[in-house]
Write a protein that binds this ligand. Structure first.
Ligand SMILES: [Zn+2]
Length: 428
């Protein structure tokens, strides 16, 4: 549950500045509470605990967490498809929900009645996205939680929201000018597209494009683009990190020295090969436990690779920081802000006859993610012009994204065990 202790508008500020011992005790109490709640209320969590020989009474210290197996995203997805919508992971009665979100997979995420997204509100307000600001939200408002999540959080923070959603660059640029929008939430790529469009239209920046703060999220941001936004366009940028299932739970402060963890999650960095915690400062999978009774995800493996910095931050917050996301475990990647799973590519290709091997490659061209589907045919005599639109159509249907092109490669070019999806982007 989001804390709402009323000391400052959203949280007791003491939580953010707890010293090490207090923080450890705080995590211990919160973890005890959520582990117990999940065990009693979410049947699949209970089953998972029991299979591992774990009962909540065994949780006495933080290191006892490793007695609980990690919940993989694929496992959550599998559980949900066998037993929709939540696969036994819901922690409150269905009648207490107000929305169900649908993320790619599909993965279903519950939202309880009265949900206010206070955690994100506090983070936004810390960056000046509060009263007196007009903020354009360019994340999707349908199916997935992103758009509505930030919409709610901004309103709680006191800002005026322009619910723009995805696409329509031309109109969005006009809206920014007409409404004198001062804040932006969305991907860095789309913000660059908006700026480019504004320049094409002969707008003067900042008079006709008064955006001064941008929360960049849903995809990696290259330092080059960030520098351009900051130096050439005088837009303060900050990054947030989260997942559809949990929301935004790590965020940069003004020191820009990694992303502070929010106070209602406990994050571990786990070696994906051994399943054990890595040494302090080493890279591993971000595994998060959310202190949320609605959807008590315990040791949820995000599939993202990162490392933690626990050194004190000059801003005064004492929570550890995720330094940066360095990649994905396995074969799920974010493309243009949406997750694509290797299994989706496999599913798409399974329905097309005549294809021997395939591999979809993600690359970066300018500010855009480009998808190229490499295909090896069983029979070189097959009509490629007929096959290409079928392949593109199928990818669009299953993955929800357009591939840029299909490349037919020579027989034997792709390895026998080639992965269905490969990320060749370089975020450096
Ligand atoms: Zn800080």
């Amino acid at each position: 549950m989001t804390k709402d202790k009323g000391d400052n508008q959203f949280f007791n500020q003491e939580l953010e500045t707890m010293q090490a011992e207090a923080r450890e005790n705080y995590y211990l109490e919160e973890l005890k509470g959520i582990i117990d709640h999940a065990y009693k209320n979410a049947p699949s969590v209970r089953k998972k605990f029991e299979a591992a020989g774990f009962t909540p009474s065994q949780f006495k210290a933080l290191q006892d967490l490793n007695k609980i197996p990690i919940l993989k995203k694929e496992e959550l997805k599998g559980g949900q498809s066998r037993n929709p919508p939540f696969g036994g992971y819901l922690g409150i009665p269905m009648s207490d929900l107000q929305r169900i979100y649908v993320s790619p997979g599909p993965i279903y995420d519950p939202e309880e009645k009265g949900n206010r997204r206070l955690r994100e509100a506090r983070i936004l307000q810390a960056h000046g996205m509060g009263s007196g600001e007009r903020v354009l939200v360019t994340l999707s408002y349908h199916m997935v939680p992103a758009g509505l999540l930030f919409d709610k959080a901004l309103r709680e923070a006191g800002a005026l929201v322009v619910p723009a959603g995805v696409g329509g660059t031309d109109l969005q640029v006009q809206v920014i000018k007409d409404l004198q929008v001062t804040g932006y939430i969305g991907t860095a790529t789309f913000l660059m597209n908006l700026i480019q469009k504004a320049e094409e239209k002969g707008y003067s920046i900042p008079a006709d494009f008064p955006v001064k703060t941008a929360l960049l999220t849903a995809e990696g941001v290259s330092p080059g683009i960030r520098q351009k936004l900051e130096q050439d366009y005088h837009i303060n940028t900050w990054q947030g990190y989260g997942t559809a299932d949990i929301g935004l739970f790590a965020y940069e402060c003004k020191e820009v020295s990694g992303m502070h963890l929010a106070e209602d999650v406990y994050v571990e960095i786990i070696d994906p090969n051994t399943g054990k915690s890595v040494e302090s400062g080493e890279t591993g999978e971000v595994v998060v436990t959310h202190f949320n009774k609605t959807y008590p995800l315990i040791r949820f493996g995000t599939g993202d690779l990162s490392y933690l910095d626990a050194e004190p931050c000059p801003c005064g917050r004492t929570s550890p920081r995720l330094v940066k996301i360095v990649g994905r475990v396995g074969d799920s990647f974010k493309v243009r802000g949406l997750f694509v799973h290797g299994s989706q590519v496999r599913e798409a290709m399974s329905a097309i006859s005549g294809v021997a091997k395939y591999c979809m490659v993600i690359a970066r061209s300018g500010n855009r993610d480009e998808l190229t589907l490499n295909v090896e045919l069983e029979n070189q005599a097959l009509n490629r012009d007929e096959l290409t639109p079928k392949l593109l159509q199928r990818i669009k249907e299953i993955c929800g994204l357009k591939a840029n092109r299909v490349d037919f490669v020579d027989q034997g070019s792709l390895r026998q065990d080639v992965k269905p999806l490969i990320d060749n982007r370089d975020w450096e």
